[in-house]
Design a protein around this ligand. Structure first.
Ligand code: ATP
Length: 302
């Protein structure tokens, strides 16, 4: 759905993007992560067709963003990290205005505004002016404006900043709904990695303007990590684990044995059974969820 090749972007004294290349599949929810100054916002602006890179190419839904930015805007929505609202307009007027700007006809624009307000839990404030909204509500209205045309691709730069924990959970649920029901491909940046774990299934890590990692978040080649602790010696665990179906690697990690496992649940049960039957005193045995946070930290440590 998004294909970026050899993108270079230079501010007068800084190379913000340096030969950035990646592909994002349709239907993915990608977490765009990296330290301050990594180039995330610059990348968003380039992909959204709001600024031209020094060189490289960007295609969204098969359309060349640099050659046909306006056509791309029809299938993309973008929430900037610093957004503005029309304070004098009500929620309804704001959403309808953006719907009309996206060429929806008047009747559809009205219906869509009500539907999006409902999705974003803003129906109660439908007739309130943007100026009177709380920070979290303003954030939600801005997201609503960006997705009013139900774009195929939704780019969100720090969408959860300023939201309370409840609103963050609601936002995660909204992203999953937009992905499942409206078939949107989402790219979301955030510095709060645990929050991205709620919905992201793909992780793109930028550092110093370069892609340092791009991988599926849910699993490494479909495998999971099993952490095993024992009172009777770590070498024995590695020895027995090696004989069980599905174990691809067993190594020591912070006083435990970390087993990379790609077998079935039955194989996993067999692994525990084998250990116990061979007299290993297992004190802990659990599958570790490898989310954005763990995988990002692993990447940063490399
Ligand atoms: P953050 O997480 O802090 O929002 P980011 O990953 O979004 O950072 P960018 O804002 O894209 O990073 O910045 C990438 C690099 O480009 C940084 O070194 C930054 O200082 C530089 N930069 C960004 N905007 C400008 C600008 N308008 N003029 C000059 N340099 C800029």
């Amino acid at each position: 759905m998004i294909v970026v090749e050899n993108l270079v972007y230079e501010y007068w004294d800084t190379k913000a993007l340096d030969q950035v290349s990646f592909k994002i599949a349709a239907g993915a929810i990608t977490a765009l992560v990296g330290p301050n100054g990594a180039g995330k916002t610059t990348l968003f602006k380039c992909v959204a067709g709001l600024t031209k890179p020094s060189c490289g190419s960007i295609a969204v839904g098969g359309i060349n963003v640099l050659e046909e930015p306006r056509r791309c805007h029809e299938l993309m929505g973008f929430l900037s990290d610093f957004f503005g609202l029309y304070d004098a307009l009500t929620v309804q007027q704001s959403l309808e205005y953006f719907a009309l700007a996206q060429n929806l006809d008047r009747r559809v624009a009205k219906e869509r505004a009500a539907e999006v307000a409902e999705l974003l839990n803003l129906s109660e404030k439908f007739r309130s002016r943007a100026a009177s909204l709380s920070r979290g509500m303003r954030q939600r209205l801005a997201i609503g404006q960006a997705m009013i045309h139900y774009p195929k691709v939704l780019l969100l730069d720090e969408p959860a900043s300023g939201l309370d924990p409840e609103a963050r959970i609601a936002l995660a649920e909204l992203f999953l709904r937009l992905n499942a029901e409206k078939k949107m491909t989402l790219v979301v940046s955030s510095h709060i990695l645990a929050e991205l774990d709620q919905y992201a299934n793909d992780m793109l890590v930028l550092r110093d303007g370069r892609v340092v990692e791009h991988r599926s978040v849910t699993s490494k080649n479909g495998s999971r990590k099993v952490i095993i602790r024992s009172a009777s010696g770590r070498e024995r665990i590695a020895e027995f684990a090696g004989q069980v179906n599905g174990v691809t690697e067993a190594r020591e990690e912070q006083g435990a044995v970390c087993v990379q496992f790609s077998g079935t649940d039955d194989d996993l049960a067999m692994l525990l059974k084998e250990l116990v039957q061979h007299g290993v005193a297992v004190t802990e045995f659990f599958c570790k969820k490898e989310g954005v946070q763990e995988q990002y930290l692993e990447t940063v440590r490399m």
